[in-house]
Design a protein around this ligand. Sequence first.
Ligand SMILES: C[S@@+](CC[C@H](N)C(=O)[O-])C[C@H]1O[C@@H](n2cnc3c(N)ncnc32)[C@H](O)[C@@H]1O
Length: 231
Amino acid sequence: MAKLIKGDCLDYMKQIPDNSIDLILTDPPYNIAQYSTGNIELPGREALNNNIADWDNAPLEPKDFIDDFKRIIKPDGNIFVFTSYNLIGKWHSVFDSEFDTFQFFIWHKTNPAPKIYKNGFLNSCEMIICMWNKGHKWNFTKQNEMHNFFESPICMYPERLREPKHPAQKPVKLLKHIINIASNPDDIVFDPFMGVGSTGVACMELGRRFVGCEIDKVYFNAAKKRISAYG
Ligand SMILES: C[S@@+](CC[C@H](N)C(=O)[O-])C[C@H]1O[C@@H](n2cnc3c(N)ncnc32)[C@H](O)[C@@H]1O
């Protein structure tokens, strides 16, 4: 089962009943475009997109999400939110005191964009903050499989959509890893910023129910097409 909403998640969340979501897994804008020095021209190749996208420019305020996230998540639910170095302090200052646990998880990208001028580190890690309360559901497997670290390539063709191209499309393999640990079959997973629906695809493949929201019509339609392919 998938329920897809085209609209602003801040509005839509008001309609979600209390204590009804097992896992919030989402990838909101990082607001990093403001630090970009522009796209990087490469001789004979497509320029590297360093400007992310217009949707990244709208300021994201974690304080706008705390009340609804707390209200809709079940007492044994989990919350995973992708974020970046510039916003983690804000997420921490709003969310840490509201949950028993606030941790972070790292996605290490094995094929990040190269650093053409060799003047700094490659941006090969993304941060995912995770929150829960005591008694939360948690499918711990083996010690060596439960590091707060996961390695995979960035989303590549054919998984990566060519039309529309979403600059932040996440790999389904990474999302499935998180969903397997933090929820059970038939659970309801909510992604308020679903983009082209990668969390939804992961849910369909793992037998979870999915609720997804996306404000952009083109991305929404792409998500709908991908997710509805699962029937
Ligand atoms: C980082 S992307 C998510 C990409 C997604 N993880 C994927 O794999 O396709 C964030 C998305 O949030 C959407 N967005 C931004 N503000 C929104 C809002 N207020 N409500 C719903 N969607 C929003 C953007 O259009 C963008 O597609």
